[in-house]
Design a binder for this molecule. Structure first.
Ligand code: ADP
Ligand code: ASP
Ligand code: MG
Length: 425
């Protein structure tokens, strides 16, 4: 009997009506002859509300207690979903992370799944139950509750699917699939039928909130069929797939915006070997992930080191930099949290030049200043002022004609990778 994992996001279970609609889909999958595990997120904006409750009391609450608090959102959802399925006349059992054997490391708020012991899930499936599992949460070996980072229920779903060797993992959400850009920001964004794992991973890591990056990483690692689709209609959605010659290597598949980062600059550090390692090492030792990093060579043997971090990590990063700056005799530390990073992604970039130039031109034409630039094999990112972020996204989306089907774009939207096609030999 095939096994499917179906994940429903916050809007898809926001109230009784939505919860029952999702329950009907789950029941249908069961009636179609599948063993079904459904993962659900907290309802609507419950998670935001829970965080707010903590921040009303303390602006820097204990991360352990935050996890204890925000993990309750999913506990509410799983119980309600099991009640809804029971109401429809079917057997279901709700389980939280610890009951599902989802073990994580102890990085509260951004824990990584280390192991899943799916014995209980298998037991319940064998007993004919639909298993409703809480997304977003896990437990350490010391039985401490952890969460996987915002949007982490996607990762729970994919990790469970891998652990129980599911045949398919479906992510049901409030959009019809993965688009060329966030349709809330770029109204003429185009729905993609398929996208490669690496492209989806870059887009998700660069801020496309439709999927949690770690979920894509796991789907790729375990070669798990993953699909994003709407919980409100029956359109087919987007398949996240392995790279193959069947699909053309498009230069730019999509664009993403990330407004969750802040920029930190350590000014006037001595321009000597080992300085970047000292500063960035001090930040990393606080368990803060660095994203873009630039070192500008200034005058008189002094340099500036600039990097970006998640806004939520800014206090820790500043603290570490201020201490390092003092020790190194740097002139000072500044920060700016009104920045946004826009990125374009496509595997065709590997074999095509001129993409960066086109992106910079599109931004220049709108008089949008670029503050930082970074590139990878299949991605180009620019940091711009937060106030121009939406304009920047639309300008770049238009420049690459991402609203059009790939073969109708006026610039060469498709590249042929040399040697990939027999006639080129
Ligand atoms: P859920 O609660 O179902 O997990 P999310 O809000 O986390 O839903 O993700 C869905 C949202 O992701 C969409 O409503 C959309 O605004 C946003 N989004 C960002 N980038 C994209 C993209 N490239 N394609 C589709 N949706 C995107
Ligand atoms: N409820 C969590 C959040 O809001 C997890 C999720 O929705 O995936 O981030
Ligand atoms: Mg989500």
């Amino acid at each position: 009997m095939p096994t499917v994992v179906m994940k429903f996001g916050g809007t898809s279970v926001a109230d009784a009506e939505h919860c029952l609609a999702a329950a009907r889909r789950i029941v249908q999958a069961k009636l179609d002859g599948n063993r079904v595990v459904a993962t659900v997120s907290a309802r609507g904006d419950t998670t935001d509300k829970l965080y707010e409750m903590a921040y009303e009391i303390d602006e820097n609450p204990s991360r352990r207690e935050l996890d204890m608090l925000v993990s309750t959102g999913e506990q509410i959802s799983v119980a309600l979903m099991a009640i809804a399925i029971n109401k429809l006349g079917h057997k279901a059992i709700s389980l939280i992370g610890s009951q599902m054997g989802i073990f994580t490391d102890d990085s509260h708020g951004k824990a990584r799944i280390a192991d899943i012991q799916p014995g209980r899930i298998e037991e319940e499936l064998n007993a004919g139950n639909v298993v409703i599992g809480a997304g977003f949460q896990g437990v350490t070996v010391r039985a401490e509750i952890t969460t996987l980072g915002r949007g982490g229920s996607d990762t729970t779903a994919v990790a469970l699917a891998a652990a129980i060797k599911a045949d398919l993992c479906e992510i049901y959400t409030d959009v019809d699939g993965v688009y060329s850009a966030d349709p809330r920001i770029v109204p003429n964004a185009r729905k993609l039928d398929r996208i490669y794992h690496d492209e989806m991973l870059e887009l998700a890591s660069m801020g496309a909130g439709v999927l949690h990056p770690r979920a894509v990483e796991l789907a790729k690692k375990f070669k798990l069929p993953l699909c994003v689709r709407s919980s409100f209609n029956n359109t087919p959605g987007t398949v996240i797939t392995e790279e193959s010659d069947e699909m053309e290597a498009v230069i730019v598949r999509g664009a993403a915006l990330n407004s969750n980062e802040a920029k930190v600059t350590v000014i006037g550090v001595p321009d000597q070997p080992g300085i970047a390692a000292r500063i960035l090492g001090a930040v990393a030792s606080r368990n803060v992930n660095l994203d873009m990093i630039i070192q500008n060579v200034g005058r008189d043997g002094k340099a500036d080191v600039t990097f970006t971090v998640m806004k939520s990590d800014l206090p820790d990063a500043l603290d570490a930099c201020n201490m390092a700056a003092k020790q190194l005799g740097a002139a000072g530390v500044t920060s700016d949290d009104s920045i946004a990073k826009i990125s374009v992604v496509g595997v065709g970039m590997r074999s095509h030049s001129g993409v960066a130039e086109k992106m910079f031109r599109a931004l220049a034409d709108k008089e949008i200043n670029i503050q930082m630039i970074s590139t990878s094999e299949i991605k180009i990112s620019c940091v711009v002022g937060e106030d121009r972020a939406a304009d920047a996204m639309r300008a770049v989306h238009d420049a690459f004609e991402l609203d059009k089907p790939e073969n109708e774009r006026s610039y060469s939207g498709i590249t042929h990778i040399p040697g990939a096609f027999p006639e080129e030999h």
